[in-house]
Ligand binder design. Structure first.
Ligand code: AMP
Length: 472
């Protein structure tokens, strides 16, 4: 079996790896590290969760350990699509570089520029940046890019989705042409491949998982709703949250405003929930994520941008409150669970309007996802925004998917053992919502249930002056 020492890493790095407790390199590390050490360009097709960050951080430490930085002239540049990812890469550098004297600066939006500028002025070996802030500081004359020896473009497919490619092209044009470039992407659609061809010079390609595969550790379900109706979606989500052994969960919405609305609604219903989207202040985002990591918040309603690549192990569930617009976002979203060898569950709420999107998902992942219909959800409230779609184009799909006989049993293998300290046993089955799932239409579930029905870990603290019981 290959060891980290076999890959050509030096004693200081091996010691730092040992301190973290890694025993063997992951496949992406095994493949990528030797090439990076040989100063080759690398095209890496790997998702987060594969150990790809250490795959470039470890050999970069090795290479950069040999020289020293000059003021305002960083020696390497790592571009990340989001602030959270930049923060995670910075943490990796600190962890693995603890026996090195390398300096690092993080340039991301939403944070004061003064500290970032001061760090640059002192001279940095590693610059970790989001494209916008990086160009902003360059235009202000605070960075010189003539000394960059290594460029890392991470999560290139996400950069494309977020419209960052023109910025990346501009940045690449400002760097010395003689440099090493490492380019990582979870998927390799043709646009990304073209981009890689432009940026990379005779690269070595490393691939660890075929693009767009979902982990076998994740139990996936499409929860079929009979109507496109906001109340029905929220109620279905509440039923699932109460029914399953949900220890903690990401709940994805497609739009920022829906993140805010769902967060408000779940809070009103007594759930212990936080929100994460791109328009929030950085300090607020960091504080919310910290709380989620520490299990002080059980549920996190979020947008794709905010949650991309977040490395939080032991997340029991992912809920897609909205079916993502792009099929590959489905893969990224559900990849937030089923990590580090643990089982996970991913539920997607599907309305009759989503037929095309779910077909695209199944075609991408080459799997049919089991359907579930939850009966007895009660009548949608008068606030319904959209009437039922009676003349949907995908009639064939609808007929098949929404027939009650297609109903499947609740997940037969709860992803986390019922005895887990955070999941009181039998709570889900004992709740009225849970009972109603298996009952027929005569016992509609209403949402006016007491907060006390929630398991303690899903329940938020009462607000000042708040009465018991909740209403929509
Ligand atoms: P990444 O794909 O870089 O987001 O890494 C995913 C997770 O794998 C992180 O929590 C890393 O700390 C962890 N990790 C990275 N390399 C190894 C390794 N060789 N052995 C075990 N865990 C690792």
């Amino acid at each position: 079996m290959t060891t980290f020492a076999d890959l050509g890493l030096s004693a200081d790095i091996l010691k730092a790896i040992q301190d973290v407790g890694y025993t063997t390199p992951t496949p992406i590390q095994e493949q990528a590290i030797p090439y990076v050490l040989q100063m080759r360009d690398v095209l890496g097709c790997a998702q987060t969760g594969t150990g790809k960050t250490a795959g470039f951080v470890l050999p970069m430490l090795e290479i950069l350990g040999a020289g020293r930085a000059r003021a305002r002239m960083p020696r390497s540049l790592i571009l990340e699509p989001t602030r959270e990812l930049a923060a995670q890469v910075a943490e990796n550098f600190e962890t693995y570089g603890k026996y090195h004297k390398l300096s690092m600066a993080k340039l991301t939006g939403g944070e004061a520029m003064d500290e970032q500028v001061k760090a640059l002025d002192r001279g940095v070996d590693v610059l970790i940046a989001t494209p916008g802030r990086m160009l902003d500081l360059f235009e202000r004359g605070r960075i010189m890019l003539a000394d960059i020896k290594i460029l890392v473009i991470d999560e290139a497919d996400r950069m494309l989705d977020m419209g960052f490619i023109p910025d990346i092209e501009r940045i690449a044009g400002l760097l010395p042409p003689l440099r090493q470039t490492l380019f990582f992407s979870a998927t390799m659609p043709p646009e990304i491949r073209k981009l890689a061809d432009r940026f990379l010079n005779n690269p070595k390609t490393v691939t660890v998982a075929p693009p767009a595969t979902t982990s076998i550790m994740i139990t996936q379900k499409f929860v079929m709703l009979a109507q496109t109706n906001d109340w029905l979606k929220r109620e279905t989500l509440r039923v699932l949250l109460r029914r399953d052994e949900v220890k903690n969960a990401f709940i994805f919405c497609n739009r920022k405003r829906d993140v805010a609305a769902l967060h408000k609604s779940l809070t009103r219903h007594g759930f212990n929930v936080g929100a994460l989207h791109g328009d929030m202040e950085q300090s607020e985002r960091t504080a919310t994520l910290d709380k989620f990591r520490k299990n002080e918040i059980a549920l996190l309603v979020c947008s794709d941008v905010a949650a991309r690549g977040l490395d939080i192990d032991a997340v029991s569930h992912v809920f897609n409150f909205d079916v993502p617009f792009h099929a590959d976002d489905y893969v990224h979203r559900i990849g937030r669970t089923g990590r580090a060898g643990l089982e996970g569950a991913a539920y997607t709420l599907v309305t009759p309007d989503d037929a095309k999107q779910i077909a695209a998902i199944e075609s991408l992942i080459k799997k049919t996802i089991p359907r579930e219909v939850i009966e007895g959800l009660g009548e949608p409230r008068a606030e319904s925004k959209k009437p039922p779609h009676r003349h949907h184009r995908e009639d064939r799909f609808r007929d098949r998917a929404f027939k009650p006989r297609e109903r499947s049993a609740p997940l037969s293998h709860p992803p986390h053992p019922p005895q887990s300290p955070l999941s009181p046993p039998v709570r889900a089955e004992a709740s009225p919502a849970a009972r109603s799932v298996s009952k027929s239409k005569e016992s509609p579930v209403t949402s006016d249930r007491s907060v006390d029905d929630l398991p303690a870990f899903l329940r938020r603290a009462p607000l000042p002056g708040e009465k018991k019981g909740v209403a929509e």
